[in-house]
Design a protein around this ligand. Structure first.
Ligand code: HEC
Length: 421
């Protein structure tokens, strides 16, 4: 049993129980509202007192267990987009439910909490899916759409904000950048256009990345991530003076994960902020063992942990469009990517003096919630340091699992946003 004194000590004025309007609504609006509103991704709304009170006990249980809001980073450092509940906020929700959910005075609402999702300060360019799409999978449909980057000169993207066309359908948006100077050159463009042309309807089926999940073919060249979004996410404005180079003639592959289909169509767009030049180039840089995609990532029945600890700078020369990482780099965010057998993972720097600096430790991994965890303060990688990535997999089948694009294959990547110094 929770001590009746505890809420007094924590937050809520002694002598008064927490009420909806003064104490709970501000928390629910700021930390649950982006998903639990009419027509959004969550299965029920928590917009009104009646709705929240009707769900009281399961709301308290979800908050107390940490199930909601979905946020899986352990407290190893501060993240600027952290939307998890503090212990005090959890206690307020739990105590409100224990007091039988008093409504309080609607004319005396509590103060709103600051939002964790941000908007772009300005939009210079909007890319849209070529046409509206009606998802067909049941319950999931993973679809890639091919877009031409419309600008005739080389530019730098300095921030982005995806806008799902249909909040009830879209569970994940990713944009991949295919530069004209990618390792396979025109071959990568031809391959992707071939998948698009060979598939009925707009786009083609793809799962973990931009590779087709309808064929056995691997994508001919590694390509970079340009933008990503999951419900509750907003804009990502890159650190002052930095941006991702997007050369004229690039292609963008827009990947959508649709789930829980009700009838409906989607027309998703992404806003970009751009500059003609930046002081420091940045990139989403994928950290993994280059031999894993060649079949060297066997996950035996039962499961296993795999890791890679090394200096990533040579590998990233090929992957990031030529960042100058000679003097080291700053890490601003990471998003870990596995498929459905991933259960945890971490990313860290092993500094030259032997100390370990955690970038991200996932207490749990969920394919549906691939958040980009944005570091409140960047982490500095200096020459002599090493970068570590570890993925933890469970395999409840009786055959080994290996790297691949399909839902039954796996991947292990830490996708970091890094900038030159
Ligand atoms: C980022 C989006 C998002 C946010 C933020 C969020 N939820 Fe959810 N919630 C969902 C989705 C989606 C589901 C459906 C189950 C799933 O996909 O995990 C869900 C399911 C639930 C459930 C049902 C869980 C069950 O037992 O099946 C409860 C209760 C809940 N949310 C409460 C909350 C509360 C309370 C908050 C805020 C403190 C919150 N959620 C914040 C997206 C969100």
């Amino acid at each position: 049993m929770r001590s009746p004194l505890a809420p007094c000590l924590l937050l809520v004025a002694c002598g008064g129980q927490p009420t909806w309007h003064q104490d709970v609504a501000p928390i629910v609006e700021a930390r649950c509202g982006s998903c639990h509103t009419e027509g959004a991704v969550a299965p029920f709304a928590l917009d009104t007192y009646e709705q929240a009170a009707g769900m009281g006990p399961i709301v308290a249980a979800a908050a107390e267990s940490g199930l909601m809001p979905p946020w899986f980073a352990e407290d190893v450092r501060a993240y600027s987009n952290d939307h998890s509940l503090t212990d005090e906020q959890i206690a307020t929700v739990v105590d409100w439910v224990a007091a039988d959910m008093p409504e309080g005075d609607p004319d005396d609402p509590g103060e709103a909490l600051p939002a964790t999702a941000t908007s772009l300060p300005r939009t210079d360019l909007t890319l849209s899916m070529p046409e509206a799409y009606e998802p067909v999978g049941d319950p999931d449909d993973y679809r890639c759409f091919v877009l031409d980057w419309p600008e005739a000169t080389d530019l730098f993207v300095t921030g982005f904000e995806p806008h799902p066309g249909n909040d009830a359908l879209v569970h994940h948006i990713a944009a991949f950048l295919v530069r004209p100077d990618n390792l396979a050159g025109q071959g990568a463009f031809d391959q992707i256009r071939g998948w698009d042309a060979g598939s009925a309807g707009p786009g083609y089926a793809c799962f973990g990345g931009p590779g087709s999940s309808e064929t056995e073919e691997d994508l001919r060249a590694p390509i970079q991530q340009l933008a990503q979004w999951v419900p509750g996410g907003g804009a990502f404005v890159f650190p002052e003076g930095s941006g991702i180079e997007v050369p004229a003639g690039s292609m963008i592959v827009l990947q959508l994960h649709y789930f829980d289909q009700t009838d409906g169509t989607d027309l998703t767009t992404i806003d970009f902020m751009t500059e003609e030049s930046v002081a420091r180039k940045g990139a989403f840089a994928p950290w993994l063992d280059a031999t894993w995609p060649l079949g060297n990532m066997e996950i035996p029945p039962g499961g296993t942990d795999i890791d890679k600890v090394d200096d990533p700078r040579d590998f990233w020369q090929l992957m990031t469009g030529g960042l100058d990482l000679e003097a080291g780099f700053d890490i601003h965010s990471t998003m870990m990517h596995m498929h459905t057998r991933g259960v945890g993972g971490s990313t860290w720097i092993e500094h030259a003096d032997g100390t370990r600096e955690d970038i991200l430790v996932l207490e749990k991994y969920d394919f549906d919630w691939q958040f980009n965890y944005q570091l409140a303060e960047p982490a500095r990688f200096a020459p002599g340091d090493q970068l570590g990535v570890e993925c933890v997999f469970a395999n409840d089948g009786d055959a080994p699992i290996n790297w691949g694009e399909g839902t039954l294959d796996e991947m292990c990547v830490s996708n970091l946003f890094v900038t030159e110094l």
